[in-house]
Write a protein that binds this ligand. Structure first.
Ligand code: TRP
Length: 328
């Protein structure tokens, strides 16, 4: 097996929404045949902002794991695991923390931004500053070459490359420098037209029952110019239309765009078509979710097997790292 290795993770600080699904998870699924993939739930990372209420992390971890599998990650193809079940991540994080200059961490743009944005939490902690160091350990503990991430994660990845180079330079060249694997993702708007995000309260979750999904779409924002049924609209200004572009057929996209411009159809008609298509997209995922949720033993078994496999790989790397540093 000499496929190149891919690694990616998602932080367990909330439920998975359809923005995560079409933006990241579906891409992970697509990479499974071409690469030796490692995908995990970053539960420790969730502590960096959620340390005051760690019990919420467990729930989110379960939700992410169920959705990974329901969306098509296949434990026979990929190594699917939970970060805290592989303690070597913490061990390598410790070693990397020794060689990472403070200035590098303070310069990461998301560090200051997030601290300013999130006012209700005290983020002046050692763990929060060290977020990218732990993330680096996550990646290089598997000597992964490619990291599928969104553009917003690139500064973290750049830092991971710097830390990796520093280790290789100080001790021994044992880690490949990880590279971002960027793919063109459709931007998924939330129900209010802003980017879909759990912190905006505008997300459609995979765990939402069909009637909730329906209601969220029915009350979604459209082109504000269409106040009355007879007002003409501009589909490019409607987040509903952006979702059509992701979930609907070419003919339907044309039909609703035309109907919007001419006031030939109303917003509810347009939304009904979207609901039908979102349902069709989500139905197999809902079905798989229900199966998994009603078989917690199977789920635990998958997490355990994946984590065992990951731990085995991670342990090999820790041996190499200890040897490189003359600690073995
Ligand atoms: N930072 C990622 C997120 O926001 C989660 C993550 C943790 C990650 N470690 C990683 C992503 C390593 C890619 C590689 O969800």
């Amino acid at each position: 097996m000499n496929k190149e290795r891919v690694l990616s993770g998602m932080q367990a600080s909330g439920k998975l929404h359809i923005g995560n699904l079409v933006g990241a998870l579906k891409n992970w699924v697509a990479l499974q045949d071409k690469y030796d993939c490692f995908y995990f739930v970053a539960d420790w990372h969730a502590l960096t902002t959620g340390y005051e209420k760690p019990s919420a992390i467990k729930e989110s971890t379960m939700d992410l794991l169920v959705n990974f599998l329901a969306a098509g990650l296949d434990p026979d193809k990929s190594t699917i695991f939970i970060q805290s079940m592989v303690p070597q991540h913490a061990e390598l994080h410790l070693l990397l923390s020794m060689i990472t200059p403070l200035g590098w961490l303070e310069r990461v743009p998301t560090y200051k931004e997030k601290q300013e944005q999130i006012q209700d939490k005290d983020l002046s902690t050692y763990g929060f500053l060290g977020y990218p160091v732990l993330q680096t350990a996550d990646i290089i503990i598997y000597r992964a070459k490619h990291v599928p991430v969104g553009i917003d994660q690139l500064p973290h990845l750049e830092l991971s490359r710097e830390i990796t180079r520093r280790f290789n330079y100080l001790y021994k060249e044992i880690f490949p420098e990880p590279e971002g694997l960027l793919t063109e993702f459709p931007k998924v708007p939330g129900t209010d037209g802003r980017k879909m995000s759990k912190s905006y309260g505008n997300a459609v979750y995979l765990s939402d029952p069909p009637e909730v999904v329906e209601k969220k779409i029915l009350t979604m924002m459209t082109d504000p110019a269409r106040k009355r049924r007879t007002d003409k609209g501009n589909p490019d200004l409607s987040p509903v239309h952006q979702l059509h572009r992701i979930f609907s057929s070419k003919e339907e996209i044309e039909y609703v765009a035309d109907g919007c411009r001419t006031a030939g159809i109303g917003c509810i008609d347009c939304k009904r078509i979207l609901i039908k298509n979102v349902f069709a997209y989500l139905e197999p995922i809902w079905k798989k979710r229900n199966e998994l949720i009603s078989n917690p033993d199977t789920l635990f078994d998958i997490a355990k097997k994946g984590s065992d496999k990951a731990r085995h790989e991670a342990e090999k790397t820790m041996q190499m790292a200890s040897e490189a540093m003359g600690l073995a």
